[in-house]
Design a protein around this ligand. Structure first.
Ligand SMILES: [Zn+2]
Length: 285
């Protein structure tokens, strides 16, 4: 068996993109790269990567990707169902509760392995289901569904430079309510709040049993600068490159850098091999 898992990428096959997604990239500050699935698989083989997690969530405010986007990604990866794991998502503040229910079922039966919530891109706070916040019923449905089906929810934390992003939604502290209100739900904070909120994210992982983190998009060379005590919480962290996202070198280059970084050997092992397999399943499950 191949060794590694990359737990956070945006390697969206070019067949899954709409014309609008391609065209609007420039207007929000980032053009989506042309990704060829068989080339990705070749790079994975070279890097000894077993499977990669592709995060494909709706992004109306960026380039009008909708809830069918993850279905197109699954379809585009169908020749390699054991090499890809697809995370979907629902833009709960844009849909009725009936539509949220429908899309949860559709994405689940199509084979998503979890759901991504991107607060700065979607303009929603992770705890907006609460009455003293926005009372957003669809968000509660999303968490409830994920909890009932034992699917993780990945919540983006930390800033985003996309021109339509609102970084007031980027603070990981709002994840705390989710952890308390959905005790059986496994929440993964993507990027561990980098760059401004890494110590808050670290504390949440320490004190909340069901809160985890991924280290995607943090340059491996600067990891211990952002998270000096990373080894202490290694059992709750997942390796991810963020490949396909802005400024990331690529699957293999990022993995090599991480494996050569200053964290302990045990941390490297659990993060790249054991932990991601506890959360993510490939399309062919
Ligand atoms: Zn990402």
């Amino acid at each position: 068996m191949r060794k590694y898992v990359d737990g956070h990428t945006h390697l969206w096959p070019k067949e899954s993109l709409t014309q609008e997604m391609r065209e609007r990239g420039e207007t929000v500050g980032y053009s989506i790269p042309d990704i060829n699935v068989s080339e990705v698989v070749r790079e994975m083989d070279e890097a000894d990567i077993d499977f990669v997690v592709v995060i494909a969530y709706p992004m109306r405010k960026l380039w009008n990707a909708r809830e069918d986007f993850p279905l197109r990604v699954i379809d585009a990866c169908k020749e390699y169902p054991d090499r890809f794991s697809i995370v979907g998502g629902i833009e709960v503040n844009e849909l009725t509760t009936e539509e949220v229910k429908k899309w949860l079922e559709v994405q689940y039966s199509s084979g998503v392995t979890g759901f991504k919530l991107h607060p700065p891109h979607m303009w929603v706070k992770p705890n907006d289901y609460r009455e003293e916040e926005r009372g957003l019923k669809g968000l509660e449905l999303l968490y409830q569904f994920a909890e009932d089906h034992d699917l993780p929810v990945i919540i983006h934390t930390g800033t985003s430079f996309f021109l339509t992003a609102r970084n007031k939604y980027a603070d990981p502290v709002f994840v705390d309510d989710v952890a308390v209100d959905f005790p059986k739900l496994r929440v993964i904070m993507a990027h561990m709040g980098r760059p401004s909120w890494t110590s808050a994210a670290f504390q949440l992982v320490r004190i909340r049993r069901n809160v985890y983190g991924d280290l995607s998009s943090i340059p491996p060379k600067r990891l211990t600068e952002y998270l000096p005590r990373v080894d202490e919480i290694a059992d709750k962290l997942i390796y991810g490159s963020d490949a396909g996202g802005p400024g990331v070198k690529g699957l293999k280059a990022h993995l090599t850098e991480f494996l050569n970084s200053g964290v302990s050997l045990r941390t490297k092992e659990v993060m790249t091999r054991d932990n991601p397999r506890k959360f993510f399943r490939v399309i062919e499950r």
